[in-house]
Design a binder for this molecule. Sequence first.
Ligand SMILES: [Fe+2]
Ligand SMILES: [Fe+2]
Length: 194
Amino acid sequence: MNHESTRIIHDEHAALAAMLQSLRMLVQRGPGNEPEQFFDVLRAMLFYIDEFPERLHHTKETELLFPPLRARAPHLRETLDRLDQDHAHGEAAVRELQHLLLAWELLGESRRVAFEQASERYLAFYLAHMRTEETVILPEAEKVLTPEDWQALDAAFATNGDPLTGKYPRDPVYDRLFTRIVMRAPSPIGLGSA
Ligand SMILES: [Fe+2]
Ligand SMILES: [Fe+2]
């Protein structure tokens, strides 16, 4: 990745993929003897995904990266339309997951399968989405965008990349939340003791 903006997107994908894999392992292991810890960590993970990638990462792609790419690579229009639809749908999907998790926690085992299936669907959807961006979109962007496009894009990422803080680097509060989740998640996923 040669440009600051694609490097940022790539780094955010790596962090998100790590979070999603941890979430999958945690769900597969189940609450065991530590249901409180289990539901606390899962809730924090879904909150992170809802707060950071769904609101900030997708916005950068849809509003800043995709428009110049649409102009320079018309053959990618269908793919970009699909990715934009994914972005539009993702926030509702993660809210639904948060609700299904609460149902499992508060109503018990009868609601477990619904959460497990929905989280697996969400993970598959999300990982496929990022794979397309990593294997199709970012390489094509490196090929077709002009130096002027990159200059504008990098400047936009530096000033408007984060709609909550209005500046980049992003609000460190998200890095702290990410670290806190990793610290609390049980091993081998994270560093927590439970
Ligand atoms: Fe995306
Ligand atoms: Fe992305």
